[in-house]
Design a protein around this ligand. Structure first.
Ligand SMILES: [Zn+2]
Length: 416
């Protein structure tokens, strides 16, 4: 324990304190606005749907609080409680190379985290989602998903970690620049492979059948000058009633994916508007901007780690007696979110700005009024609250709250 322990504890108290305070505000704001549909939605959303959204939001938020408490306790147990040292010391007792025992230690901690997270995701899926009629998942499917995720972590994550650890051990003080280049290339490769290699492990993707919807989409793509490797429908309904649409992939390996649930709930005009919004993200270069921003953040993180790794107080202050590269990498990954919490509103702000820009794009390349009606349907069918707490949403929301977003589209329509 040293001064850094005190700094860590203060940051921890501030970060979790703010999270719990915002969550409490969100729950009470939603509860206070439960009994009246906001004026802008009075003709479009029924009171019982609005109340369902409120109850669903509050229940999910309560579970989120418990999950945070578990995360906080686990973080304290691993750091000041000596957990990281314990796991590293345990693996050091076997006849393994330093690399092997480091990998085993990190893998055990990842596995522990997965186990702690498991009851929360089971409760979320089979109690909350079930209660509100969204759950289509089965225990068998859930177990299979977990096993595939763990398998991917072992097959893809462990060799990557081994490579990073090797670079840390062998390249000298500028190792972090090389590690950064490896991580960036790896994530670009993963984004490129995701639609064709990773996503199909979890879902079935069927090319969209010929028909009026497909023709309209092709037409929209041509109007916007967009190339893609096809339009696919994903069997989202296998797990959940929630609907969505997204773009995936990079460069020449881009796909457009609609959840089957979305196709069933929106009409063709609305689907076209939703897709135009997604295209807006590409055309306004949001994807590239986010990539550049996250590359810069990663570089800064690695540079900071490159410095911390040479400081004994970093290990000692966090209760870790094993001063190794692997322990530093792990500690840094565990602890840095505590210090970066307060950057979240900044990134959320930019994401919301991008959403407005994509809505503007959709309004000029498809029918804005259909974007609005599609959004209202999505809010209603996903039981997303129309009345979030303003501070909570400013901190956390990657999308503008419904009322602000729709008012923005309608203002744009009127000015056109
Ligand atoms: Zn968007």
């Amino acid at each position: 324990m040293n001064n850094f322990t005190v700094i860590f504890l203060i940051a921890l108290a501030l970060s979790y304190g703010v999270q719990f305070w915002l969550s409490a505000r969100q729950k009470s704001y939603v509860r206070d606005h439960r009994d009246e549909v906001p004026a802008a939605f009075r003709d479009r959303v029924a009171l019982n749907a609005h109340q369902k959204a409120a109850d669903y939001t509050i229940e999910k938020s309560r579970l989120g609080d418990l999950d945070s408490v578990a995360g906080l306790l686990f973080l304290l147990a691993l750091t000041l409680g000596g957990g990281v040292s314990l796991v590293f010391d345990f693996w050091a007792t076997f006849e393994l190379s330093t690399m092997q025992s480091s990998l085993a230690a990190v893998a055990s901690i990842i596995l522990l985290m997965t186990l702690i997270e498991m009851p929360f995701s089971l409760y979320q899926t089979f109690v909350i989602e079930e209660k509100y009629g969204f759950n289509k998942n089965t225990l068998g499917q859930f177990a299979k998903d977990q096993l595939i995720s763990i398998g991917l972590t072992l097959i893809i994550g462990m060799p990557l970690l081994a490579l990073i650890l090797w670079v840390m051990d062998s390249i000298g003080s500028l190792w972090w620049v090389y590690a950064w280049l490896i991580i960036i290339s790896f994530s670009l490769l993963m984004s490129w492979l995701f639609p064709t290699v990773i996503a199909p492990l979890f879902n079935k993707f069927t090319p969209m059948q010929d028909g009026s919807l497909r023709d309209r989409i092709q037409d929209l793509l041509k109007r916007c000058g967009f190339n893609s490797q096809g339009i696919f429908i994903m069997d989202g309904s296998r797990r959940s009633g929630h609907g969505n649409a997204y773009f995936t992939g990079l460069g020449n390996n881009k796909r457009i994916v609609f959840f089957d649930t979305l196709i069933n709930s929106l009409d063709e005009d609305e689907l076209e508007a939703v897709l135009a919004h997604e295209l807006g993200h590409f055309k306004c270069k949001h994807v590239i901007k986010m990539l550049v921003a996250s590359s810069i953040m990663t570089l800064i993180s690695f540079a900071v780690l490159g410095w911390l790794i040479t400081q004994d107080w970093f290990f000692d202050g966090l209760g870790v007696s094993t001063h190794s590269n692997a322990a530093a990498l792990l500690l840094f990954t565990l602890v840095s979110p505590v210090f970066t919490t307060f950057m979240q509103p900044i990134s959320a702000y930019f994401q919301r700005k991008f959403e407005f820009e994509a809505d503007d794009f959709a309004t000029s390349h498809a029918q804005g009024s259909k974007m609005v009606s599609g959004l209202v349907k999505l809010y209603e069918e996903n039981a997303s609250t129309l009345t979030p707490d303003p501070l909570y949403s400013a901190f956390h929301y990657s999308h503008p709250p419904a009322a602000i977003r729709i008012a923005h589209i309608e203002a744009k329509l009127q000015s056109a």
